[in-house]
Design a binder for this molecule. Structure first.
Ligand code: ZN
Length: 266
């Protein structure tokens, strides 16, 4: 292991037994308290494997909603914790000293019919995000921010559909499926404790294969197309291209433009 710092980025939708509330958000779901504990346990399983493999610093990034979800006292006390919201840029403090990033509990991108709680940033705002002709979600965008610094995604755990999207984008990464997606708000999950064991084992394998991991990047400049759910949101979104001009409105719901770097997206 050459670089001994790692980032464990934790969202909540993809963890074992997390399902949404019909018509509501995950935070309003009756099992949200459980989801917070399970996201913590799944992150912890990854953190322990990283330290066992020789990591010297592991940062756990609590990034669902406003960035305050995990039970921090349950986390391995060797890790550091990035929480809250309002920081500049999408992937705060990432730089080229990290050996890898891990995605726990992420979810499928928007436009994925049967995936549990599929969305991109806000399920109320966006219908799809396309970069260089490829539909992307938060997983690919966060991976591209790490990729700017040459840092690879080494591990992903989530529902089966999100895992298949991860394998497509990061074929080198180790993965664990936590559940089978049945609909937007239902899933057949593996037992939460078994999922934690599988994550620990798969992250151990990922650490043994670090030299095979590759950074995920988009060819620059980036052709971006954002499809909104509402026409007024499409019209008023403040999106500017690499020349400082507003993104074109290519149909009543869609804005498109070219930006220099993924840094200019958010
Ligand atoms: Zn989330």
């Amino acid at each position: 292991m050459q670089k001994k710092r790692f980032f464990v980025a934790v969202d909540c939708e993809g963890v074992s037994c997390a399902v949404g509330k019909p018509g509501g958000t995950l935070g309003e779901s009756d099992n949200y308290a459980f989801v917070q504990r399970q996201a913590t346990c799944e992150a912890n399983a990854a953190v322990r494997a990283l330290y066992d493999a020789g990591a010297e610093q592991v940062i756990v990034w609590d990034n669902h909603h406003s960035g305050i979800n995990l039970d921090y006292l349950m986390l391995d006390k060797r890790c550091d914790i990035l929480s809250g919201s309002g920081h500049r840029g999408r992937f705060p403090t990432i730089d080229d000293t990290f050996g890898g990033v891990l995605f726990i509990g992420y979810h499928s991108r928007d436009n994925t019919a049967t995936a549990v709680m599929a969305h991109t940033y806000s399920s109320l705002t966006y219908q799809s995000y396309t970069i260089n002709g490829r539909e992307v979600g938060e997983m690919e965008i966060d991976a591209a921010f790490a990729g700017l610094h040459g840092v690879p995604v080494i591990f992903v755990s989530s529902d089966d559909i999100t895992v298949s999207q991860a394998k497509d984008a990061f074929p080198w990464a180790e993965t664990v499926a936590t559940k089978v997606s049945l609909s937007h708000n239902s899933a057949l999950s593996k037992h939460p404790l078994r999922v934690c064991e599988e994550i620990n084992a798969a992250v151990t394998t990922a650490c043994a294969r670090l030299e095979e991991m590759r950074p995920f990047t988009f060819t620059e400049p980036l052709n971006v197309e954002i499809r909104f759910k509402r026409m007024d949101a499409a019209q008023t979104a403040r999106l500017t291209d690499r020349h400082g001009e507003p993104f074109a409105l290519t149909d009543p719901f869609t804005r498109a433009g070219t930006i220099a770097s993924i840094r200019n997206l958010l």
